[in-house]
Design a protein around this ligand. Structure first.
Ligand SMILES: O=C(O)[C@H](O)COP(=O)(O)O
Ligand SMILES: [Mn+2]
Ligand SMILES: [Mn+2]
Length: 547
């Protein structure tokens, strides 16, 4: 994996620093754009005075099935880190179902075999068509196939979304789904929703930010312990009336009849966790598969046949049984740099820590070279982020500045979570504050990079804070009769900025203007060029050429 020294580009004298402003896209509108509404003098100055372009960060440009699919952190960081576009989970699963490949695999057959020996088949996962972590069509295909193969009993554990889809859209999925189940149910096919809850309250924690979420999910899904309702519809309506919260924050619920939970998970059952994306699937998968397990008190571990939709971690092989092969993301920029002796530093706060390490490195949790790489995680607050929109951006900057000044690292990367995590709350004012907090940090960071003779690449993995209001099909902000907007919590389809900041009066390179539709996957080759290397042949082209 030796990289050729470039004859066209000489290495920058200082470090190259990639700054990912998570969830900061460029919207064509002003209305509802927290990025534009924020006072960000530093970002404005950088965008006005340095070479800048827009990069595609959604749809096919990041390996999603269609250009109607928004981008997300996984596919965005995969593309940035790997310098190429790989068909992603959403696409691979859809293809595996369409071709029938999924049903032929060992994992599916073992799951079905367990269920046919008297166990219940449980499907657990994010219940929407957001296509970021899961898709409801995959769930339906598996339920229908299970019925066809003679499985007698299926239970569903549904995590309500409101984060990758409309913030109060849960019933738009639940009601038609109940009707769909009514149509499938028969004397020898017993299928029902057994439990559920909002995805930010139970089960789908990531990067060990808050294990108590997973514990609450475990108690609800596995033990059937929690507040009981007759149906998911009733649970959603009751909690909405009582708490006034949006879907992602609805508490867990257990569906019961005569006080008995409909679908506890017990010895002999099979469990399919049907999310394809790994970050929020790893903790619950560990709880189901690790013999010795410390993060919370699980009680007796039921002996189940557990399968993930994909293998979520290529290093730890978690989970061991999975339905679809994950994208084979190889030879990432991080691996090339490690193998060519380039020292690297990666930093974020907990909520995005895995994005700049695990996703960046092609869904691998380890380092390529312990001696050459430093990964730093600043612990995130465990609070609703609209209450602390600055999150840990100042602490991240403190550490990053120290790392740059140490002179130890030639390539550094950082993810600032603010635009995204606060964008997901749907709170416009908080998102504006998030952007302003971020701008203060850029104003501290950029001069330090330039003092060190370095270059900063400012970009993002996808949009979010750039569209805080729901849009209609024509792309206009939706307003009700009183002129009120509806909060939008999900990512956007907008492109993201790419700003190339250097202190040189006359850099020996310039941005290319001949690439038809540059995207996130063009960043890796650019970084390698700035470090004085030619990128591997099959990497997507660099964004720079000699001046
Ligand atoms: O997991 C989440 O928080 C959202 O579904 C997607 O956000 P991310 O892709 O920016 O992490
Ligand atoms: Mn993101
Ligand atoms: Mn996000």
């Amino acid at each position: 994996m030796k990289l050729a020294k470039s004859s066209r580009f000489s290495p920058t004298s200082g470090p190259v620093v990639t700054i990912v402003l998570d969830g900061v896209g460029i919207s064509p509108r002003e209305d509802g754009d927290a990025v534009k509404a924020a006072r960000t003098p530093m970002l404005d100055k950088l965008m006005a005075n340095f070479p800048m372009t827009k990069l595609l960060a959604h749809g096919k440009a990041v390996g999603m099935p269609s250009d109607e699919d928004m981008g997300n952190s996984e596919v965005g960081h995969n593309a940035i880190g790997a310098g190429r576009v790989f068909a992603q989970g959403a696409k691979l699963v859809a293809e595996s179902i369409a071709s029938g490949h999924l049903w032929q695999g060992h994992a599916w057959q073992e799951v079905v075999a367990a269920a046919k020996q008297g166990g219940t088949l449980h499907f657990l996962g994010l219940f929407s068509d957001g296509n970021v972590h899961s898709h409801i069509d995959h769930l339906k295909a598996m339920i229908e196939r299970a019925k066809q193969e003679g499985v007698g009993k299926v239970r569903l554990h549904i995590l309500l979304d409101g984060r990758d889809v409309g913030e109060t859209s849960a019933l738009d999925y639940v009601d038609p789904f109940e009707a769909y189940l009514d149509g499938l149910r028969s004397a020898d096919f017993d299928v029902a929703v057994a439990s559920g809850g909002g995805r930010m309250k139970i089960t789908m924690d990531r990067y060990e930010a808050d294990w108590s979420m997973v514990q609450r999910g475990w108690d609800i899904h596995v033990k059937g312990e929690g507040r009981q309702f007759a149906s998911a519809h009733e649970a959603i309506e009751t909690y909405r009336n009582e708490l006034g919260v949006i879907d992602q924050d609805l508490p867990g619920f257990v569906i019961a009849k005569d006080g008995q939970p409909l679908g506890k998970i017990v010895d002999g059952d099979a469990v399919v966790f049907y999310n394809f994306r790994g970050d929020r699937a790893i903790e619950i998968s560990r709880a189901f598969t690790e013999e010795t397990f410390c993060p919370f008190h699980r009680g007796a571990l039921p002996k189940v046949t557990y399968a993930g939709m994909m293998q979520y971690d290529g290093d730890t092989k978690l989970p061991p049984r999975f339905l679809v092969e994950p994208p084979a993301i190889d030879r990432t920029m991080g691996e090339y740099l490690a193998k060519n002796g380039v020292s690297q530093y990666a930093i974020s706060e907990t909520q995005k820590y895995g994005h700049v390490t695990y996703f960046w490195n092609g869904n691998r949790s380890g380092k390529f070279d312990d001696a050459l790489e430093t990964y730093v995680e600043i612990p995130s607050d465990v609070v609703p982020f609209e209450q602390r929109p600055w999150m840990k951006c100042a602490e991240i900057t403190d550490a990053l500045i120290a790392a740059i000044r140490s002179g130890q690292y030639k390539y550094l990367r950082v993810n600032y979570a603010n635009g995204d995590m606060v964008g997901h709350t749907g709170n416009f004012e908080a998102a504006v504050t998030a952007m302003q907090g971020l701008d203060l940090q850029l104003a501290r960071l950029i001069p330090v990079i330039l003092e060190a003779g370095g270059v900063a690449l400012i970009t993002a993995d996808h949009g979010n804070a750039d569209e805080m209001y729901e849009l209609d099909k024509k792309g206009n902000v939706t307003r009700d009769a009183e002129g009120r907007t509806k909060a939008k919590t999900s990512h956007t389809l907008n492109p993201v900025p790419f700003v190339l900041v250097s202190g040189e009066a006359d850099p020996a390179y310039k941005l290319r203007d001949d690439l038809a539709a540059p995207g996130l996957s063009n960043i890796a080759a650019t970084v390698l060029n700035l470090l004085g290397y030619e990128a591997p042949q099959d990497y997507d082209p660099s964004l720079i050429v000699p001046a």
